[in-house]
Each structure stands twice: as C-alpha cells, then as structure tokens.
Design a protein around this ligand. Structure first.
Ligand code: PMP
Length: 366
C-alpha cells in the first residue's frame, strides 16, 4: 500500500506526522465545540486559548524576552519585507541590506519604494556561494535597520558560527528573515530588533507568518500607511486587528507543542547537525559525482542544493528518488540540479535513506 514518503520540499514542507494525525482526529469536532476549529470565531474563548497558548509556547521554544511582541500575521514573509520598511524607516531613509542569496534581493525589491536601500554587502558576484565577511560590510551611519537573511533557502547559504559573529550595529536594529531556519537551533532574539518567518518550513502550514519585534521599535513613526500595515496596531490587537489565519495559527501551535515535547530547539539543533553531516558527507565523499558549491563555513543545515557531475542524469535521479519514496528533490529553477530541505519535521532516518539512495545511484551510474 502507498504510504507517506520522505518529503524534502522547501516549503510548503513536511509537517510532523503526529501533528497531522491530531489535526485529522479533531478536524470535524474540535475541543468539545461540536464544530471544526476552522469554523469558529477567532474571538471565541476556545480560539483565544489556542492563540494565547501558541504565543506562550513559541516564547518558551525560542526564549523570546518579554520586551518583544510576537505577532501572528497573514501575508507571508514577502509582505513583512515591505512592512518592515513602512514601519521602521522614515520616508527616504537609508536601510542597509546584506544580500546572501535570492531572498535578500527580494527583500530589497519589496522595500525599495519606501527606503533608500543600500547594499551593504552581497555575495552575488560569487554566485552566492559565500557571505562577505562582516569587516567588509559597508554599513550606513544613519540606517533605519540592517536587513539580513539568516538562511537562504534557494542558495543553501546560512550564517554559521564558523563564518564569524554578526557585527555590532549599535542603535541600528538587525532585521532578520528567519523563514527557513527558525527554531532549528537556539536563537539569541536579543541580538535582533525584528525576526520574521513564514511558517511553511519549520513552524507549520503556509498562511501564517510570525513576527517577533522589540517593543520600542513599535514606537517609530515609520511612514504614512494604512492601519492594517501598522505593526503596532497588530500588537495592540493581539494579532486580531482583522480575522487572523486561525486554522493555520492553530496548526502552527500544535507544531510548537510537538517541538517542545521532542526536546525543544537544542534537540532540533542536534538533529539538524546530524542530518547536515550525513548529507554533506554523501556529497563530498562521492568523488565529484555529486557536488555542493557553497563555502564550507556557510553551508546551510536546512537547504542543501547539489548538482550531478553529469546533469543529464538529474531527471533519472529525481525519478529514481521518487520511486524510493524520496519526494520533492528537484532544485529551484534559479539553480537547477537537486535540493534537499531538511527542516525539523524531516527525521534523521529520511536523510539516511537519501544518502543510501545517492550511493546506490552513483554505483549504478558512476
Ligand atoms: N524569505 C525566505 C528565506 C524564504 O525562503 C521565502 C519563501 N521560500 C520567503 C522569504 C518568501 O516567503 P513567502 O512566500 O511566505 O512570502
């Protein structure tokens, strides 16, 4: 019989099976209300409890300090890239962008009508295979913020301790897109003014986006904008300024509980390191049959793009992988090749199965 495969999708991505089973069990009648959680008012006491618990659980999971607000919004990470500029930069103020891959460029695209976007550093000339060292960053003196992407989902480039420490930016807050690596290891929230992440990789289903923002930043005037684009209004309304993505919020809340029960971010850091070790070893130990081109010090633990020496074999690799129960390994169209995403819901055994398949495929085609 057919069964669930190992799903290496980049997002929307695999969800933890126990969470899906719980959702399945309570989809028709949830928590004694004789209706689905998707069918009840977001202001009902039952849903309010879901919302409150989800926030408390996320705060515990990520050790979010009390002087940070946590918002659950719709619009995805892309919308936040525009809202960050509207909320935290004065009209025409400069904002610094550190571009370590595709999503850093998108962040500029979304903000450039509202700020003077200064590319403080970019890895683009080198094909985004490395991140410029902090000493080379050309930061502006009066920047509204410095924007960075903690993990580049397409290029497979992540800020790692081996790369070095983030620069001290003084009063200029770091704004970080953590969409594809949040909750995969402990996070020092206090290093950032804003951390945002779409849920559809490590946190849950697409449709809800988490924004963690230091409360003093909510007092910035920003730029003329509709109330619905105002983070402070969302914070004051408990993320219920309008109808929130309640079902997604509920489902993300179940993922938070699952992550806590599994041992929290320390445990996912351990698993992530093990998964990355297994896959990069399979690539690096293949005598060039497979290759990853990212500088060792910034290789992503979450998204591993790689190429076959003979690109003509890529289609056969993907077809064979699918037959072996290894899904969604096709590389992003920007890079081609293969990409394996190793988010929290991907078990270590799934990566073992992938590494075994890779070795077997090489034996057959090498
Ligand atoms: N930033 C990063 C790092 C991403 O991986 C993605 C989505 N893949 C986005 C931003 C855009 O997210 P969304 O589609 O939720 O707007």
């Amino acid at each position: 019989p057919m069964s669930r495969a190992y799903n290496f999708a980049a997002g929307p991505a695999a969800l933890p099976e126990p969470v899906l089973r719980q959702v399945q069990a309570e989809l028709l009648e949830w928590d004694g209300v004789r209706a689905s959680v998707a069918e009840i008012s977001h202001r009902s006491p039952e849903f309010m409890r879901v919302a409150t618990e989800a926030e408390a659980d996320l705060r515990r999971l990520l050790s979010i300090p009390g002087d940070y607000a946590v918002l659950f919004l719709s619009g995805g990470a892309t919308t936040q890239q525009a809202l960050v500029a509207l909320n935290f930069a004065a009209p025409g103020q400069v904002a610094d962008y550190v571009v370590s891959g595709h999503w850093g460029k998108v962040a500029i695209k979304q903000a450039k009508d509202y700020v003077r976007a200064n590319v403080a550093a970019s890895g683009e000339a080198g094909g985004f295979r490395d991140i410029p060292q902090a000493a080379e960053w050309k930061l502006s003196k009066d920047a509204a913020y410095v924007h960075m992407t903690a993990n580049e989902t397409i290029h497979g480039v992540e800020f790692r301790p081996e790369w070095g420490a983030l620069p001290e930016t003084g009063d200029v807050p770091l704004v970080a897109d953590f969409s594809s690596s949040i909750a995969s290891e402990p996070l020092d929230v206090s290093r950032y003014g804003v951390v945002y992440a779409g849920a559809q990789k490590n946190l849950g289903p697409v449709g809800v986006t988490v924004v963690i923002v230091r409360r003093d930043l909510l007092e910035r005037a920003g730029q003329p904008r509709a109330d619905i684009f105002n983070y402070a209004s969302h914070a004051n309304a408990g993320s219920m300024l309008n109808t929130p993505p309640s079902f997604n919020w509920y489902l993300a809340g179940l993922v938070f509980k699952w992550m806590l029960a599994e041992g929290g971010v320390e445990e996912f850091a351990r698993r992530s390191a093990e998964k990355a070790r297994l896959l990069y070893a399979a690539i690096d130990g293949s005598d060039g049959f497979y290759r990853n081109e990212v500088a060792p010090g910034v290789r992503s633990r979450m998204n591993v793009p790689f190429f076959l020496r003979d690109d003509a074999l890529t289609a056969a690799f993907l077809a064979g992988a699918k037959d072996a129960g290894l899904l969604a390994l096709k590389g992003h169209r920007v890079l081609g090749g293969i990409r394996a995403s190793l988010y929290n819901a991907m078990p270590v055994d799934g990566v073992r199965a992938l590494a075994d398949f890779m070795q077997d495929f090489r034996k057959r085609h090498g």
